[in-house]
Design a protein around this ligand. Structure first.
Ligand code: ATP
Length: 298
């Protein structure tokens, strides 16, 4: 169990990247949703003990990992947003090298883990190929293979599916789903659909704060009966936004549709529609932006 309490971090330039984050994260896949700059990566790096918070605590099974970072490193697998440069050595050798860095000294055991992980991530067929020549999806699967070295109990995955084609994304999801049955995975993303499919629990972050937290199906349930939809001319969008709480606008088969949050039919022409997780996400962001606007106006 990962228990995060009142975590705050302000960077030297004055950006408050984490602002009193409190979250309890158990076994399974926990999704962290939020727009660019929400503070997701800062939170992930702090959990991974790669940087320190200014305030707050993170307990892993009751142990304070801000004070004792080596304890989380022993149980952690981390797939960062970007690995940076890939050396021109084979997947097999690179994985073996990473296993050494993770402290797997026994050569036989290392071999066993490398073989098993290449198999599990469907990379055994290209084990002698340089990772530098891998496609985006293969690199992400290699990223998961290295994160799984040493049988971690906590895995942190930062925006793993950006840039993957639908097939690779699906394959990556299945792999995460398999792994996440018995351990804790914290997955950061801005793809709402990924969270709906994969995560037992999720939180929406913006401006360093947790705006919303819970099971995706519960978050959606709370909006049922309150989401309305109608077609709208693009030019009229500003007026619709002034009159109603517009959650989103999107093109469907060439026509623009708006989705509005309201307890009753907002006006003639709107039809009720089933709520989606994306509605909960946009409703939370809109409420937060409203608060920020009110704060900055006063
Ligand atoms: N090392 C740093 N120094 C100064 N500011 C930083 C640093 N890292 C992040 N920030 C700022 O902190 C805020 C939160 O950034 P963070 O990368 O944690 O957000 P994010 O939700 O992961 O965003 P993205 O989805 O774009 O990766 C942003 O305003 C960012 O510009």
């Amino acid at each position: 169990m990962l228990s995060i309490t009142h975590l705050s971090k302000t960077y030297p330039g004055g950006v408050r990247a984490l602002d009193g984050v409190t979250l309890d994260i158990g076994t399974g896949i926990f999704g962290l949703l939020g727009p660019n700059g929400a503070g997701k990566s800062t939170l992930m790096r702090t959990i991974a003990a790669l940087q320190e918070p200014d305030q707050g605590s993170i307990l892993w099974d009751g142990t304070d990992i801000v004070r004792y970072p080596h304890l989380v490193r022993q149980v952690l697998g981390y797939l960062p947003q970007d690995f940076g440069v890939y050396p021109k050595i084979s997947a097999e050798r690179l994985l073996d090298h990473m296993a050494v860095l993770k402290g797997l000294r026994d050569k036989k055991e290392r071999r066993r883990q490398v073989d098993e992980l290449l198999e599990r991530t469907n990379l055994a067929w290209c084990r002698r190929q340089a990772v530098a020549q891998f496609s985006g999806g293969m690199r992400q699967r290699f990223g998961i293979a290295q994160a799984l070295l040493g049988d971690p109990r906590l895995i942190i995955v930062d925006e793993p599916t950006a840039g993957l084609d639908p097939e690779e994304r699906n394959r990556f999801h299945n792999l995460l789903g398999e792994i996440g049955e018995n351990i804790t995975i914290v997955l950061s993303t801005h793809i709402v659909e990924d969270v709906r499919r994969l995560c037992g629990k999720a939180a929406v972050m913006a401006g360093g704060k947790v705006l919303l937290e819970g099971r995706p199906d519960h978050l959606v349930e709370q909006l049922q009966g309150r989401v309305w939809r109608r077609s709208a001319a693009r030019a009229d969008l500003p007026q619709w936004r002034q009159r109603h709480r517009v959650l989103s606008d999107r093109l469907e088969a060439g026509r623009c549709f708006i989705r509005v949050l309201a307890d009753h039919q907002p006006e003639a022409g709107f039809e009720p529609c089933p709520a989606h997780l994306e509605d909960a996400y946009f409703a939370a962001l809109a409420a937060h932006e409203g608060e920020v606007a009110v704060c900055s106006a006063t």
